[in-house]
Design a protein around this ligand. Structure first.
Ligand code: NDP
Length: 327
């Protein structure tokens, strides 16, 4: 019998890749998603006819209840969120509504309807926040010292997952994803932002100057296609109630990311510091230990970093060419 998977955040970056991954590899899974009345559909345009979408805003309980009643999922991948750290400083209430209240609505709807899906929730490495040098690579047991409203909202999501598992036996698997990137990542995020700026220069639409923020921060990057494979393994092989780091285990400074992207683009560009791109309190070094997840599911990253960067750069070149051709 066909299994049913509901993806929240399917119109976003990771959600659209997850839908593609499931369609390609698990034809026995029927895919449901949610979208809001003005959700951009660009990321799922090529697969729209293979999906069933419900109009639903997770902050609106009624729409969540109706979506779950109709979709009756075996799996829920809960990826929807206000996912951008800087916005969370400017809009903490909105961020908590989109991340915390939304998840309460989702869990309560599952509980009230008596459904029994396995639920993966997309928590984040940002929860670790302030990490001491001696704590790297970070394990799941590390203290959580969040440094932004976004990170606090993810801690709340994370512990809520734990609490609903303990209180109601709901099959919730928490993944703490470290940075993931690749084609379709929003342009406000650093790798995508650099790739887009370089693509604009490559196409001759911008002068050869690239604007940057803090280049010293070190992040652990996983390709989004490896990340969504991890999400599927989390619901199929992960243990409910557990929390798992999903990471590459390798740290790259933002400066190195920039250098690699410039090399891939083949351009000669000037790098300019832009203070507007700095955060009030930035996490300096985040590198994850994914051995617990590997032990339980067999997952390990497969796509090398240069391939991710090349695909991201080419994505932007292609996207911007199309935009300009349409004008
Ligand atoms: P995106 O910002 O690309 O996508 C967010 C999605 O959430 C969109 O589909 C958006 O819909 C949807 N959404 C937001 N608010 C609501 C709401 N109130 N009701 C319904 N849908 C809503 O995020 P990513 O794909 O990058 O991230 C997916 C998840 O992974 C997020 O939870 C994020 O916090 C987490 N994460 C991401 C990391 C990364 O590096 N990418 C790292 C660690 C965790 P719409 O199209 O309508 O705006």
């Amino acid at each position: 019998m066909k299994k049913r998977a509901l993806i929240t955040g399917i119109t976003g970056f990771a959600g659209s890749h997850l839908a593609e991954f499931l369609l390609e590899n698990y034809p026995n899974i029927e895919i449901f998603g949610i979208s809001r009345w003005r959700s951009p559909k660009d990321n799922i345009l090529k697969i729209l006819d293979k999906l069933t979408l419900f109009e639903c805003d997770l902050t609106d309980f009624n729409s969540v209840l109706e979506t779950l009643k109709s979709s009756k999922p075996d799996y829920i991948f809960h990826l929807a969120a206000q996912s951008f750290v800087p916005t969370s400083w400017r809009m903490p209430v909105y961020t908590f509504n989109a991340n915390v209240i939304a998840q309460i609505n989702l869990f309560e709807a599952v509980r009230i309807l008596g459904l029994d899906p396995t639920i993966q929730i997309a928590c984040s490495s940002e929860e670790y926040g302030l990490v001491l040098e001696s704590e790297i690579p970070i394990k799941e047991t590390n203290p959580l010292r969040p440094l932004s409203p976004y990170a606090v909202s993810k801690v709340a999501q994370d512990y809520m997952g734990y609490q609903y598992f303990q209180s109601y036996g709901m099959k919730i698997v928490r993944t703490r994803g470290f940075n993931h990137t690749g084609p379709r990542r929003g342009e406000v995020f650093v790798v995508s932002n650099f790739a887009k700026q370089l693509a604009l220069i490559k196409l001759g639409y911008a002068p050869p100057v690239i604007k940057v923020g803090n280049l010293d921060a070190v992040r652990d990057f996983t390709d989004v296609r490896d990340m969504v494979r991890a999400y599927y393994l989390a619901v199929s092989r992960g243990k409910p109630g557990e929390v798992y780091n999903v990471a590459s285990g390798k740290g790259y400074s933002i400066r190195e990311v920039l250098d690699r992207l410039i090399r891939i683009s083949g351009l000669d560009v000037k790098v300019e510091r832009d203070p507007k791109r700095e955060r009030p309190s930035d996490v300096m070094r985040l590198v994850g230990d994914y051995s617990k997840f590997h032990k339980d599911t067999g997952w390990k990253p497969e796509i090398d970093f240069d391939t991710t960067l090349k695909d991201t750069f080419n994505y932007w070149v292609e996207k911007l060419q199309v935009v300009v051709k349409k004008r």
